[in-house]
Design a protein around this ligand. Structure first.
Ligand code: FE2
Length: 297
């Protein structure tokens, strides 16, 4: 019988059955209702980028240099200043410093190849070009090898502040800057190694919740203030103010509580956890993996 429950792979809903036998999509498909579904030019561009980045991923060539179109640059220039203004007010210092160090600006869509080389020097992480959402085990196997899969396509220009799937803005402005932090890089890698190694579904679920409430939707204490570093928040003009509003229940990041808490990816997140620090996050995941008895190399 088909399992009705869905799970989330970094913001993308997947059928739970696909965890066991995940799809390896070899051709671009846009979901029904996608803002670009009737735009032939957009679909052609997405197909080109899909094929190019898939080839680079499978042949381990690193992120290709992309010549971005005027329309893609327009979208970047429309969305990123709005996000940047919010980042300056609400993002944690580590994120702001990393964004600056990586020379990510409002004007130019960055080349992930250059960023990947920089990350490699700083934290021994690298970026893996991804044509779209990857099968669950593939995704974690890259993370375990210190590679973070990132897309290089832009959302459709009709709704610049909305994307139904992780795109360059989500990945580059959300996930990439924290990879400059050593503790964060170790947290991520350990989650990838543990999720790849364990045969137990309940442990995978716990690791996914840990990841969701930190990597994707984490808040952090900094100079007696609550700041944002989760990619799902930092890449959304709606989630940033919402995450710090009175409509959200913010709890202390207690691992046992986090791994027992479910989430609904289809809505604004109204339960979030506040992490005391990046070293704390790292120590907690190391402790959790030990308690689970997962052997990681
Ligand atoms: Fe994400």
């Amino acid at each position: 019988m088909k399992e009705a429950k869905t799970i989330v792979e970094y913001g993308v809903e997947m059928d739970a059955g696909k965890m066991v036998a995940p799809d390896d999509t070899t051709e671009l498909t846009l979901d029904p209702g996608h803002p670009g579904e009737n735009d032939a030019e957009y679909i052609a561009r997405r197909k080109y980028l899909f094929d190019l980045t898939r080839k680079h991923r499978l042949e381990k060539l690193g992120p290709p240099i992309i010549e971005y179109t005027p329309e893609e640059t327009r979208i970047w220039r429309e969305v990123s200043p709005k996000l940047h203004e919010l980042h300056e007010q609400y993002a944690c210092d580590m994120y702001l410093k990393a964004k600056k160090d990586l020379a990510i600006t409002d004007r130019q869509i960055p080349q992930l190849r250059t960023i990947s080389e920089r990350l490699e020097r700083e934290t021994n992480m690298h970026l893996v070009p991804a044509e779209g959402p990857l099968p669950y085990r593939t995704f974690y196997s890259y993370i375990a090898e210190r590679g973070f899969p990132v897309t290089q396509f832009l959302r459709h220009g009709s709704h610049p502040e909305f994307t139904p799937e992780p795109d360059m803005i989500h990945d580059c402005l959300g996930h990439v800057p924290p990879l400059m932090n050593r503790d964060y890089a170790e947290v991520l890698t350990l989650i990838g190694k543990a999720a790849s190694a364990t045969p137990h579904g309940d442990q995978v679920l716990a690791l996914k919740r840990y990841s969701w409430f930190s990597i994707e939707f984490g808040l952090i204490r900094e100079s007696a203030e609550t700041k944002i570093f989760g990619a799902g928040i930092l890449s959304s003009t709606g989630e940033i103010p919402f995450s710090l509003s009175a409509d959200v229940e913010r709890r202390p990041f207690v691992t046992e509580d986090v791994i027992a808490t479910d989430y609904d990816p289809s809505r604004m997140q109204d339960v979030l956890f506040i992490i005391p620090s990046f070293p704390f996050l790292r120590a907690e995941i190391e402790g959790l993996v030990r308690r689970f008895g997962i052997a990681v190399k």
